[in-house]
Every structure is written in C-alpha cells, then in structure tokens.
Design a protein around this ligand. Structure first.
Ligand SMILES: NC(=O)c1ccc[n+]([C@@H]2O[C@H](COP(=O)([O-])OP(=O)(O)OC[C@H]3O[C@@H](n4cnc5c(N)ncnc54)[C@H](O)[C@@H]3O)[C@@H](O)[C@H]2O)c1
Length: 492
C-alpha cells in the first residue's frame, strides 16, 4: 500500500521504517530540512536500536539490473524522505500524522504542529488535484479527546482555503463547474477522506520490537472503509506473516481493537496515566519501606507475582520522565478540568513524581550535608537507556537542583556528547571512570547496561568520597559496599 508519514521523529521514522519492512511503499515528510537531508544521505538523526539497518535496507534506490545480488533482492517495501508535503499527499492512500504534541506551560498539549499538518493536508488534496481519491488520514500523534473531529475540521478548512485560492485564479481543479467564483458550492469541492485515530504505544529503546510485536492495535473510527484499510495495512503484523521465522499458526493474532474516535484517543492517555500511576505508587511505597526498614525490591517482587498486579512498572527509583508520561498525564488532568471532573489520583501521581526526583538531592544532603563546593557525578542523563532522548528526563531536575545548591555537576552518558540547552553548566566526561575522578558522590540516573560491568573498585578508588546514590536500584548493594562505596538505594 502507498503510505505517507508526516513527521519523522521517534514515532514517524519507526512507523515508516517498519511499514516499509512489511512490504509497504512509504514516503516520510518532515519540514526540518537538515533532518531530511541527513535521512536522504543515509544518516539516522535519532538513536533507536535496529532502526538504522531497516531504513538502510529499504531506502529507495532505482533498481540497476547490473547491480549486485543485494540490490536485486531488496524487498518490495521502500522508504523515501522529502520536505515536500504535496508530494507526500499525492502519494499516500493512507496518510499518518506523527508530529510532536509537547506540553504547553499550562499542561495542555501544544497542537500547533498537528493543526499545521492537518491544514496542509487539506490544501494539498486540492492543489495536487487528488481530492476525489479516497484517503485515510491517521492521527498517530497523542492528542486530546475529540481531536479526531477537530483534525477533520482543520483539513476541511485547509481544503476550503485552497479551493477558494484556486478558484480566484481560475484553476483547472474547479474550472467549468463554477461559472461564478464568488458563489461556489464548497460541498462540491470537498476532499474524500476519513480521519482515524491510531494511538502509538511504542517505547523508545525497544521501538522496533514494539512495532512488530504490539500487545494490541487500536483503531478509532466509525468508517467501515477506513477500518478495513487499516486492517489491511497492519495484517502482516496482526497475523505475524511479516516474520519469515515465525510460525503464525502457533501465535494468536495481535488483537485489533476498533473503537469510536474518542475512546481510541482516551485509551492512549489512560494507558500512560496508569503506567505512571504504577511507578508513582511503588515510589511512595519505597519511601515508607525506607522508614520501616523494608526492602522495596522484595516488596515489588511479592506483589508483582500476584497475577492481578503483574511485575512490570514496579521498579522504585528516581521517577518517570521522557517525552510522553509527563505531558500525557498533565493533558489528562487538563481534560478532566475542561469537563469539570476532579482528578485527585492523577494530580497525586504527578506530585509524587516531582518529589521523587528531589529525593536524590535529599539523599546527597543527608550524607554530604552542604552541597556547595561538592562535586557530584551523574551516571546517565537520558530519560531511559537505549535512547538519546532528553525530553523531561529526571536528570534535568537533579542538575537544576544541584547547580542551585552550588555543587559542581559532572556527567557521563553513552549517548550525550555535547552540552546543549538545559545541560549548560554540566561537565561531560567520556566514560564512567573519568567521571568518578575527584567526585564526592556518584548518582546512577539512567541504568545503561554498560554501567553493570564497570570496575567498581577503580570507580571508588578515584573518588574523593566513595558515595553512590543508586537512583534505579540497579546495582547490588553488597557488591558496591565490597568495592568500598557507601551505598544508598531507593527504598531498600
Ligand atoms: N516518542 C515516543 O516514545 C512516543 C510514543 C508514543 C506516542 N508518541 C506521540 O507521538 C507523537 C510524535 O512524537 P515524537 O516523539 O515522534 O516527536 P518528535 O518531536 O521526535 O518528532 C516530530 C517530528 O515532526 C516534525 N514536524 C513538526 N511539524 C511538522 C510539519 N508541519 N510538517 C512536517 N513535519 C513536522 C518535526 O520536525 C519532527 O521531526 C507525539 O504526539 C507523541 O506524544 C510518542
């Protein structure tokens, strides 16, 4: 199928690449010229394990009959990159919107990028003279409840505006059907499309795996045609046929859940809010564990074995962050406020998380007393391992607090090599051992796997004071103490 993906970030690029991998023809559109130029040159602007090889394998190149076997055996799916929105609109029978919806200071999501794209789609459908060809417009960006209808309205607004402009210049789009441009019938020029909600549940760091092995695919729509097209698009994933090594008959099909538009949009917010709640819950329990002398890792194991609860998202630590949980929980609170619904649980979840980040600094103060003039080393900066994403990372709160208290902050993260924006004032090091040199304390912020195999004796030996605050309960307390560290975990 011909698919266009607008917005080539963490979600759009992974979606486009995976759709190409399962045999679809994909054009990815982005208005960031540098990003598109890099992608056209085969460079992946984000770090996501496995993404580069899929993009490379499916990047469109004209077939040369004299080329080597690899080119000849390139699978039918391909992926191309462009800044030309109209080219994407002309191409795709299915058009995904995957632009960002970052939080505004109010907590509401910023919909300006979705609006720009929706209007652009409407205009493009008129300008490319393809308005009568049926399209499915898929909203994959996380948007507030009711946005599906709003996106439809924006597309129609864009189309009407373009149609009027075409009419004034006597374009062939409308020529002949309207003798008097001032009295044209808008209905007669409306594009033929449906808007579908298809929320995304991928996790950065395992996005490729998640896309090929989703727990469910959710489609919000009341159009049987659009639903059938979306089912056809995802069929290779639903029945596992994309994977030559899979035995589809041994695996149940991926649940394909069809809902109305508003319910699909709510599924996304409710899922993220629930996961954030689970983490804030165990973090609150962790604080009580510390006071009563219990070990939260044992407690989490004990409750996670209950099949009604499950073990996931019960790791106590520095708290949640990233590009989704903070903005999505805030957005749900704002939606509740808009509809006069109290949201005390969600508000407490946010507040617990805010305090949890600060508990790292409290633990340092507890041991080091005054932080002014002390050197603190942060192991990891990204909001989770296996990504380069720094959006709303807990490390940023810790850095801000430490700098405010007069500490010197150093950091090492395998993915972050340059000080930009919110990392101003942080001295970046090239590995964990050089980070530890001269530090009064280390804080494990991101549980990068490589930190498990550091030489802890050398790490401790290089420090002014061998104190470690393990913000993810990642290390073995015994092992760290044997290496000479004073070890502080989270709730253990
Ligand atoms: N990142 C995740 O893990 C994740 C997971 C699930 C859902 N989501 C949701 O998916 C959406 C996208 O998130 P993301 O992390 O991929 O965002 P991102 O910021 O990484 O990417 C957005 C891309 O859209 C492009 N863009 C902006 N305006 C454009 C325009 N007018 N035309 C073309 N391109 C434009 C930007 O240049 C950027 O490349 C958000 O709503 C987010 O909440 C994200």
């Amino acid at each position: 199928m011909n698919v266009t993906v607008i917005g080539t970030g963490y979600v759009g690029l992974v979606t486009g690449a995976c759709l190409a991998q399962i045999g679809h023809q994909v054009i990815c559109v982005d208005n960031n010229r540098d990003k598109v130029a890099a992608l056209q040159a085969g460079k992946i602007p984000i770090y996501e394990p496995g993404l580069e090889s899929i993009v490379f394998r499916h990047s469109y190149r004209p077939i040369d009959p004299k080329a080597d076997h690899e080119a000849a055996s390139t699978p039918p799916g391909f992926i191309q990159f462009t800044t030309d929105l109209n080219r994407g609109i002309e191409f795709g029978d299915i058009i995904f919107i995957t632009v960002g919806t970052p939080a505004l200071p109010s907590g509401d999501p910023n919909l300006q990028y979705v609006e720009a794209v929706a209007r652009g789609i409407g205009q493009g459908l008129i300008r490319t003279q393809t308005r009568s060809r049926y399209r499915v417009i898929v909203n994959k960006s996380t948007v507030p409840i009711g946005s599906g209808d709003w996106v439809r309205m924006m597309i129609l607004d864009g189309a009407a505006q373009a149609a009027k402009e075409e009419l004034w210049v006597g374009s062939s789009v409308l020529a002949g059907s309207h003798s008097n441009p001032r009295r044209f019938d808008l209905q007669s020029v409306l594009p033929h499309f449906d808007v579908v909600s298809n929320p995304e549940f991928l996790r950065e760091g395992s996005a490729i795996w998640d896309t090929f092995h989703p727990d469910r695919i959710v489609i919000g729509s009341d159009s049987p045609t659009a639903i059938a097209i979306m089912r056809q698009l995802y069929e290779p994933i639903i029945n596992h046929s994309w994977d030559p090594e899979a035995t589809p008959e041994a695996q149940p099909p991926v649940p394909f859940l069809v809902t109305d538009l508003a319910s699909a949009e709510m599924v996304k917010y409710a899922a993220n809010a629930f996961l954030a709640t689970k983490i804030s819950f165990i973090n609150e329990v962790a604080t009580i564990c510390e006071r009563v002398g219990a070990d939260v890792t044992e407690v989490a194991r004990g409750i996670g074995l209950d099949s009604r609860i499950g073990p996931k998202f019960l790791n106590a630590g520095i708290g949640w962050g990233g590009s989704c949980f903070p903005k999505d929980v805030s957005a749900l609170v704002r939606t509740g406020a808009d509809y006069h619904c109290a949201t005390p649980i969600l508000e407490a979840v946010i507040e617990t998380n805010r305090q949890q980040r600060l508990r790292i600094v409290e633990k340092l103060q507890q041991e080091l007393k005054v932080l002014k003039g002390k050197t603190i080393g942060l192991l990891g900066l990204t909001f989770k391992p296996n990504t380069d994403d720094m959006r709303d990372a807990p490390s940023l709160t810790v850095i801000e607090q430490l700098l405010k208290l007069g500490a010197k902050v150093k950091a090492y993260d395998p993915m972050i090599q340059s000080n930009q924006g919110s990392l101003a004032g942080v001295q970046l090091e090239s590995d964990a051992l050089s980070l530890a040199q001269g530090c009064d304390a280390l804080v494990l912020v991101t549980e990068w796997p490589e930190f498990a195999s550091v030489d802890f004796d050398r790490l401790a030996a290089g420090m002014r004071r061998a104190l470690i605050v393990d913000g993810r309960n990642f290390f073995s307390p015994q092992q760290m103490r044997q290496a000479g560290f004073t070890y502080l975990g989270m709730g253990r």
